[in-house]
Design a protein around this ligand. Structure first.
Ligand code: COA
Length: 337
C-alpha cells in the first residue's frame, strides 16, 4: 500500500520543448575536426545537433519550453507553486530558474536551480514528487535545459560530436494518491568517478594580502573519458531501472516504453537488450539533437507525446545518467490521453 503513505500523488499534465536556431550536422563538423558522418553515426547515432547563437540564452529556450508545457496543461503561470530548473549551464551561476519564473510571470512560485548534469531532469522529477506527496505544493513546473555548446572544446573530436543545446519542460500536478503516476524510483551517485566527465573550475592563485590568497579563473571545457562513461552507463542503467521496477512492484516485461537520457544510441540499445525489451520500445530522438544533457529526456518525452506515441495507462521506464557520476530511474504510468 505504497500510496497510502502520501497525501497526494503526482500527474504530468503538460509538456513542451524548445531548441535554439543554429543547426550543426555531422557534415558540418568534418570542416572543423578530423571526423566523418560515418564514424559519428555508427558510434553514436547522432546526425545533427542544435546550437545557441550568442544572442540566445538558456532562459529564452527554457521559457519557451515552459510556455508550451503550461499551455498543454492549461495551467496559468500564477498558479505555479514551484519552478525547478535542472541545468548545469545556467546563464548566471547564482541560478537561472528565477529568470524563467520572472519571464513566465509565475509570481507566486518559488524557483531554484538543481544541478545533476544529465540526470538533472530525473532528479528534478523525484524532487518535485516529494513536494507534492507531502501536500506542500500542488502545481510544479520542471524544466530541463542545457547549452553545452558554451562549454564544448570545439577542437576536441572525441567530445564535440556528442553534445547539443535544448530545453524541455513538464507541468506536474497533485492528484489522488491512488492515481500517483510515479510508481517507483531509485537515485544513485558516486563521486569517486567524477573525473570521468568534468566541466571544472580552474583558477590561478591571486594574492589579496600577504596572508590571504584566492583562486581566480574560469570553467574549463568538457573533459570526458568516453569508454569509461560508456561502460558505466551500460552496466548501471539496467541495474537502476530494475531497482526502480522492484519498488514499483513491476517487471521489465510490463514496461511499454524505455525513455533514457539521449547520450548514445548504442547505450540505449544495449540497455534495452539487457532488460529484454524490444528495440521498438526505445524512445529516441538523439539523431536530431545529440546529447542535450538535462534537456534530453523532456525533449524526447515532448516529441513522443505530441506524436501521439504514448497512450494512457502505459508504463514508461525513465532513466537519466551522467556527470557526477549520477544516475537514476523512475517508473511512470502515463496519464495524458
Ligand atoms: N571521429 C573520428 N575518429 C574519432 C573521433 C571522431 N569524432 N573521436 C575519436 N576518434 C578515434 C579515436 O582517436 C580512436 O582512434 P585510435 O584507435 O587511432 O586511437 C578511435 O576513434 C576510437 O576511439 P574511442 O574513444 O575508443 O571510441 P569509442 O568506440 O569508445 O567511441 C564515444 C567514443 C565517445 C562515442 C563512446 O566512448 C561513448 O559514447 N562514450 C559515452 C559518452 C557519453 O555518452 N557521454 C555522456 C554521458 S552523459
Amino acid at each position: 500500500m505504497r500510496n497510502g503513505l502520501y497525501s497526494a500523488g503526482i500527474t504530468i499534465t503538460g509538456s513542451g520543448s524548445a531548441t535554439p536556431s543554429g543547426r550543426l550536422s555531422n557534415e558540418d563538423l568534418t570542416q572543423m575536426v578530423e571526423t566523418s558522418d560515418e564514424w559519428i553515426t555508427t558510434r553514436t547515432g547522432i546526425k545533427q545537433r542544435c546550437v545557441a547563437a550568442p544572442g540566445e540564452s538558456l532562459v529564452d529556450i527554457g521559457t519557451q519550453a515552459s510556455q508550451s508545457a503550461l499551455e498543454m496543461a492549461n495551467v496559468h503561470p500564477e498558479q505555479l507553486d514551484l519552478v525547478i530548473l535542472a541545468t548545469s549551464t545556467p546563464d548566471d551561476l547564482f541560478g537561472s530558474a528565477v529568470s524563467i519564473q520572472t519571464a513566465l510571470g509565475a509570481k507566486k512560485a518559488v524557483a531554484f536551480d538543481l544541478t545533476a548534469a544529465c540526470s538533472g531532469f530525473l532528479f528534478g522529477l523525484v524532487n518535485a514528487a516529494q513536494f507534492i506527496r507531502t501536500g506542500m505544493y500542488q502545481k510544479i513546473l520542471l524544466v530541463g535545459a542545457d547549452l553545452l555548446s558554451r562549454w564544448v572544446d570545439w577542437s576536441d573530436r572525441s567530445t564535440c560530436i556528442l553534445f547539443g543545446d535544448g530545453a524541455g519542460a513538464v507541468v506536474i500536478e497533485a492528484t489522488d494518491p491512488q492515481r500517483d503516476a510515479l510508481l517507483g524510483f531509485e537515485l544513485c551517485s558516486d563521486g569517486q568517478l567524477s573525473h570521468t566527465l568534468t566541466l571544472s573550475h580552474q583558477g590561478d592563485s591571486r594574492t589579496l594580502l600577504d596572508s590571504v590568497q584566492v583562486s581566480q579563473g574560469n570553467y574549463q571545457p568538457i573533459h570526458m573519458k568516453g569508454k569509461e562513461v560508456y561502460r558505466f552507463a551500460v552496466e548501471k542503467v539496467p541495474e537502476v531501472i530494475s531497482k526502480a521496477l522492484f519498488h514499483a512492484e513491476l517487471t521489465s516485461q510490463q514496461v511499454d516504453w524505455l525513455l533514457l537520457h539521449q547520450a548514445n544510441q548504442r547505450i540505449m540499445d544495449a540497455v534495452a537488450q539487457r532488460l529484454n525489451l524490444p528495440q521498438e520500445s526505445v524512445i529516441s530522438n538523439l539523431a536530431s539533437y545529440g546529447n542535450t544533457s538535462a534537456a534530453s529526456i523532456p525533449l524526447a518525452l515532448d516529441e513522443a507525446m505530441r506524436a501521439s506515441q504514448l497512450n494512457a495507462g502505459e508504463i514508461i521506464a525513465i532513466s537519466g545518467f551522467g556527470a557526477g557520476l549520477t544516475w537514476g530511474a523512475a517508473i511512470v504510468q502515463w496519464q495524458i490521453v
